[in-house]
Design a protein around this ligand. Structure first.
Ligand SMILES: Nc1ncnc2c1ncn2[C@@H]1O[C@H](COP(=O)(O)OP(=O)(O)OP(=O)(O)O)[C@@H](O)[C@H]1O
Length: 271
């Protein structure tokens, strides 16, 4: 049996903040309850524009729950209740009056397992746009090309756009899902372990895609992979037991964390 030899002071926090005009998204006192269980315990956190922020922490610390609440994905879970504020472009998008469908065009999500539609590569990208009434073939063609280029997939599929998306490799499917998410021109991309189902080469390709995308988007990613957080993100946030413990530049977190719990977690001493 492993004994807990070290006791951390979990009340001690170290959390960066940014100037108002640098912030793309901010939560205030965000709490998520599953029935009576409080899974997220009042998180105040700001995300910097055009940066990649990685959420790390032990299994069950609430990373996915927090990420999913940022574009109201927890609304679909009957037992989940989310309180607090989520500020985006001067609007609290956690208010009941918010049109969640429209909000998700601004704050998009890429899931852990690549989940393209059983349609052609082209229609995976145009499907939502056509549903919104966009019919002009020339405009659709342009969006398909731009989105696939931004997702670093264009060169591999440009001659096969009408082939089934299901025939792509795992890494290509995930980049198609990224292209599909950016086709509606969001400002923020939420990614829940987008590379965990991929082989090492595809993982690096998805990371490179993310790094290129931050020129246009703010990216928030949940990852279990410490090397991935260290390689691909600008800021890293350490979660523990539903709380944000330490949040700083990735370099600082990995080389010179303020709190012993953060550096011990990163070096694999617990969790
Ligand atoms: N749909 C749900 N219903 C009830 N409890 C849930 C649900 N989803 C998550 N939880 C609980 O909320 C807590 C946080 O879970 P969450 O999945 O957000 O953590 P995580 O840090 O993302 O974990 P992992 O790294 O294993 O994915 C856990 O105790 C989990 O059991």
């Amino acid at each position: 049996m492993r004994r807990e030899l070290v006791e951390y002071n979990w009340n001690e926090k170290h959390i960066v903040s940014f100037d108002k005009d640098e912030i793309s998204l901010e939560t205030k006192d965000l709490r998520v309850f599953y029935g009576k269980k409080e899974a997220i315990k009042g998180i105040d956190m700001q995300f910097k524009k055009n940066k990649i922020t990685a959420l790390i922490g032990p299994s069950g610390s609430g990373k996915s729950t927090y990420l999913r609440s940022l574009n109201r994905m927890n609304d679909t879970i009957a037992s989940a209740k989310v309180t607090g504020e989520i500020w985006y472009e001067g609007i609290d998008v956690n208010r009941p009056e918010i049109n969640v469908y429209e909000m998700r065009k601004e704050i998009g999500m890429v899931f852990q397992r690549p989940n393209p539609f059983a349609k052609s590569i082209y229609r995976n990208i145009t499907f939502a746009l056509e549903r919104n009434g966009l019919k002009d073939k020339k405009v659709l063609d342009e969006i398909v090309e731009t989105s696939l280029k931004q997702a670093a997939l264009w060169d591999q599929v440009k001659d096969d756009l009408h082939k089934s998306a299901l025939s792509l490799s795992g890494g290509q499917k995930q980049r198609l899902c990224i292209a599909r998410a950016i086709a509606v021109k969001p400002n923020i991309l939420l990614m829940d372990e987008p590379a965990s189902a991929l082989d090492p080469i595809s993982t690096v390709q998805v990371e490179e895609t993310m790094m290129a995308l931050k020129e246009h988007y703010t990216i928030i990613i949940v990852t279990h992979n410490m090397q991935q957080a260290a390689r691909a993100s600008d800021y890293t946030a350490f979660f523990y037991d539903g709380d944000l413990i330490e949040y700083d530049k990735t370099k600082t977190i990995f080389q010179n964390a303020t709190l012993p719990s953060t550096s011990d977690y990163i070096s694999g001493r617990f969790g």
